[in-house]
Design a protein around this ligand. Structure first.
Ligand SMILES: Nc1ncnc2c1ncn2[C@@H]1O[C@H](COP(=O)(O)OP(=O)(O)O)[C@@H](O)[C@H]1O
Ligand SMILES: [Mg+2]
Length: 283
C-alpha cells in the first residue's frame, strides 16, 4: 500500500484583485515518489507549491500532512518546514544572508541541532552541490546557476522528507541541468520524496514517476507519467505537447503494432533500442 505524505483537498486560492489562481484543486504526494506538477505558464503551479509549505493559506479546502489538516500557527509551520523544503524558482527570493555559508546554515541553525551536527550538515550540503569552494563568497556576487545551487544546498541541509522545487531547471545551462538531476537522483535514492513544477514535458516524462497535469488553477488529472503524457486530449486541454520520445515511439508502433506491447520507452537509450530494432528487424 502506498502512503500519502502530503495532500491538497479541494483547495481554492484567490489573490488580491480577484485573481482566482486555484480552483477545487486535489493533489496527493506519496512517500518516496517523484511527482511533476506539469502545466503551462500561469496555470497556478507556483501558487500551489506555496500552499504545500504553508506560505499561502487556502481560501477553501485543506492541506493535509500525514492525513491531518495543516495548522497555521507558528509552531506548526516551523515543524512543517523542517519536513517539507521548498526551493523557489528565483534564488534571489530565497537567499538573504551575506555569504554562502551563512545562507546554507540558516535552516539547520534553527532546528536546534548541536554545533557539530549543524556544521556536518552544512558541509555535506555544500559538497553535494559541489559549491564548497564558494562557502565564503558574497551571495549577491554569484551567477544565477551558483545562487540556485546555494538555495538548494540550504534546503538539503535541513534534510527534508519532501523536497519541492519550483521550475528547478529554468535558467540553467545543460551542464547545470545534468548536475541538478544527478543531485536529485541521489536524494531520491536515499528516500527523499521529490516534487517539482515544470512546463517541460520531456523533463517530466523522463524524470517523474507520477505527473499532475495542471490547467487553469486545477489538477486535470494525476497518474503514472507515461499514461498522462500519452493522453492527447488531456495534453491539448492543458496546452501541452507530447514528449518527443513518446511521439517517435507512437510513430514506430503505427508501423509495427506488435511492439506496442513492449510499452513506451522512458529514456533516449530505450528509444534508440527500439529504432535499432526497426532498422535491423524483420518486416
Ligand atoms: N502575487 C500575485 N498577485 C496576483 N496574482 C498573482 C500573483 N501571483 C500569481 N498571480 C496570478 O495567479 C495565476 C497563477 O500564477 P502562478 O501560480 O505563478 O502560475 P505558474 O507558476 O503556473 O506560472 C496567474 O494568473 C498569475 O497572474
Ligand atoms: Mg511559476
Amino acid at each position: 500500500m502506498t502512503s500519502i505524505a502530503l495532500a491538497a483537498n479541494g483547495i481554492d486560492y484567490t489573490y488580491p484583485g480577484e485573481v482566482r489562481a486555484l480552483k477545487q484543486l486535489d493533489l496527493t504526494i506519496e512517500k518516496g515518489q517523484r511527482l511533476a506538477i506539469l502545466g503551462a505558464n500561469g496555470s497556478g503551479k507556483t501558487t500551489l507549491l506555496l500552499h504545500l509549505n504553508g506560505t499561502l493559506r487556502p481560501s477553501a479546502g485543506r492541506i493535509l500532512i500525514d492525513g491531518r489538516p495543516l495548522s497555521y500557527d507558528r509552531r506548526s509551520l516551523v515543524a512543517l518546514r523542517s519536513r517539507v523544503g521548498l526551493v523557489l524558482q528565483e534564488p534571489d527570493d530565497q537567499l538573504f544572508s551575506a555569504n554562502v555559508y551563512q545562507d546554507v546554515s540558516f535552516g539547520p541553525l534553527n532546528l536546534g541541532l548541536s554545533e557539530a551536527a549543524t556544521r556536518s550538515r552544512i558541509d555535506a550540503a555544500l559538497e553535494a552541490l559541489r559549491i564548497s569552494h564558494l562557502r565564503d563568497r558574497a551571495t549577491h556576487m554569484l551567477s544565477f546557476g551558483q545562487k540556485k545551487r546555494v538555495a538548494i544546498a540550504g534546503m538539503l541541509a535541513m534534510q527534508p522528507e519532501i523536497l519541492i522545487l519550483d521550475e528547478p531547471t529554468a535558467g540553467l545551462d545543460p551542464h547545470g541541468v545534468n548536475h541538478l538531476l544527478s543531485v536529485l537522483h541521489r536524494l531520491h535514492e536515499t528516500g527523499t520524496t521529490l516534487v517539482f513544477s515544470t512546463h517541460d514535458v520531456d523533463l517530466a516524462y523522463t524524470w517523474a514517476d507520477q505527473i499532475a497535469v495542471f490547467a487553469d488553477g486545477t489538477v486535470l488529472k494525476q497518474g503514472e507519467a507515461a499514461a498522462m503524457l500519452a493522453d492527447r486530449e488531456l495534453l491539448r486541454t492543458a496546452r501541452l505537447k507530447m514528449p518527443l520520445i513518446l511521439e517517435i515511439a507512437e510513430a514506430l508502433y503505427c508501423r509495427r503494432p506488435a511492439w506496442a506491447a513492449i510499452g513506451p520507452p522512458r529514456s533516449k537509450d530505450a528509444l534508440l533500442h527500439l529504432l535499432e530494432q526497426t532498422i535491423g528487424g524483420p518486416q
